[in-house]
Design a protein around this ligand. Structure first.
Ligand code: NDP
Length: 395
């Protein structure tokens, strides 16, 4: 029925390709393209061996709009799934507009030279997508992504009014390495070293990095310390969840991770500006990325679980209500199913489901669209079907 072009063959891209391959009734034809063809071919061979399906692969530099447009014309997909890096969001949105095809991603655009997490660059495409009758679905991973859909579901079914949302993200797993990041190291370190920020009573409040922390009891994992950080879905949810008074994002980090990060920052290894080294400009963060384990390589032998959800408080039928909507995902099980760890899996499955919603016509809207603007019901049903079952705990 559908033709899809997946761009990016890292940890997440591999999961998206496997999950699309598991659903031939929706994804009849799959092409996986990335900067390094060998990585696409490795995933193609794994998919043949595990899922028994053949997919196409291609080489593309997604920063080059003309190259991507030519590939889109050749593959003729109905949707392009962007699971390359946030730097590629704008050139890929340009390419989709030019080729007349729907677009989906999992992370907001970031300029290379400043670590800034804002939707303004992608929101600027609204009228062009509307006028072209095309859909650009932003942030169809877990967080952003599933967390936005959990909020929409709570708004539709569980509350008359929502007052506060706390998004809680815990990776309680162990990859056995002294220091590694679970998704692209450059993007991950830029995200966690920025200043904290949350939204309350119509205003953004800034904090120092990791200044505020709290213990939470995460289902499936147990008590962990979570730190308040800024995360991109806060920006759209603060607008789209009507009546909201406060929204915050919390992520757990182990002491060992934070110590490594502090040292790397203190010695200048997380800098994103070029440093002259023997006459050659070197960006320390890019060099660090080169030294750190590839996130996809962490999958084998990864143990433990992720536990991510939304703690939501508000009013229902005149009474106060507090619920936690969450998913628990096991690293080892993900490896068995698609050769990935749970952070890649929890991002790749919702990307596939977002594309499925678009291809099946459950989600159709012209313009630049956030997940919480769409009907949460078919997406929530699909999460249960495709490996990310969710639960509601009444508190
Ligand atoms: P990886 O670094 O493992 O993979 C990125 C892939 O993109 C690589 O295959 C890389 O190619 C490819 N790529 C980079 N630049 C280009 C380019 N110019 N043209 C074509 N391909 C390119 O990252 P992850 O798989 O861990 O993450 C993928 C995305 O998912 C990121 O945007 C990340 O922010 C997002 N994410 C979202 C989450 C969510 O819950 N919403 C959670 C986790 C991640 P090469 O192999 O040549 O380097």
């Amino acid at each position: 029925m559908g033709r899809v072009l997946i761009i990016g063959a890292g940890g997440v891209g591999g999961v998206v390709a496997h999950k699309c391959a598991q659903n031939p009734e929706v994804f009849e034809h799959i092409t996986l393209a990335s900067r390094t063809l060998a990585r696409c071919d490795k995933i193609r061979d794994e998919i043949k061996a595990i899922q028994g399906r053949s997919i196409e692969t291609a080489q593309v530099d997604a920063d080059n709009v003309a190259e991507t447009v030519a590939l889109i014309h050749k593959v003729k997909p109905q949707v392009v799934i962007n699971v390359a890096l946030p730097y590629q969001d704008l050139p890929l949105m340009d390419a989709c507009l030019e080729a007349g095809v729907d677009y989906l991603d999992t992370a907001n655009y970031e300029p290379k030279d400043v670590a800034k997490f804002e939707y303004k660059w992608q929101w600027a495409y609204r009228s062009r997508y509307e006028n072209a009758g095309l859909m650009a679905l932003l942030g169809s991973g877990f967080d952003p992504g599933v967390t936005n859909v959990f909020c929409a579901y709570a708004q539709k079914h569980l509350f008359d009014s929502i007052e506060s949302v706390d998004i809680l993200d815990c990776n309680g797993g162990s990859h056995g390495k002294a220091f590694a990041t679970n998704f692209n190291p450059e993007i991950n370190i830029r995200e966690v070293t920025q200043r904290g920020k949350y939204w309350e009573n119509g205003q953004w409040i800034e904090t120092n990095p990791m200044e505020i922390s709290q213990m939470f009891d995460f289902p499936g994992v147990g008590e962990r310390k979570a730190y308040l950080i800024y995360h991109e879905e806060l920006e759209s949810l603060a607008i789209n969840i009507k009546g909201l008074k406060r929204i915050r994002f919390w992520m757990t980090f182990g002491d060992e991770y934070l110590t490594h990060l502090r040292v790397l920052q203190n010695v200048g290894m997380t800098r994103i500006d070029p440093v002259m080294y023997h006459g050659t400009p070197v960006i320390p963060m890019e060099f660090l990325k080169h030294l750190l384990p590839d996130p996809a390589s962490l999958a084998e032998g990864y143990t433990g679980k992720t536990s991510i959800g939304c703690l939501i408080e508000g009013m229902k039928d005149g009474k106060r209500r507090k619920v936690f909507i969450y998913n628990v995902c096991d690293h080892g099980e993900c490896y068995k199913e698609v050769r990935a760890q749970a952070v890649s899996y929890t991002t790749g499955v919702p990307a596939m489901i977002g594309a499925k919603m678009m291809l099946q016509g459950h989600w159709k809207k012209s313009g630049v669209v956030h997940m919480e603007e769409m009907n949460p019901d078919p997406f929530m049903e699909a999460l249960n079907l495709h490996g990310l079952p969710w639960h509601i705990k009444e508190l």
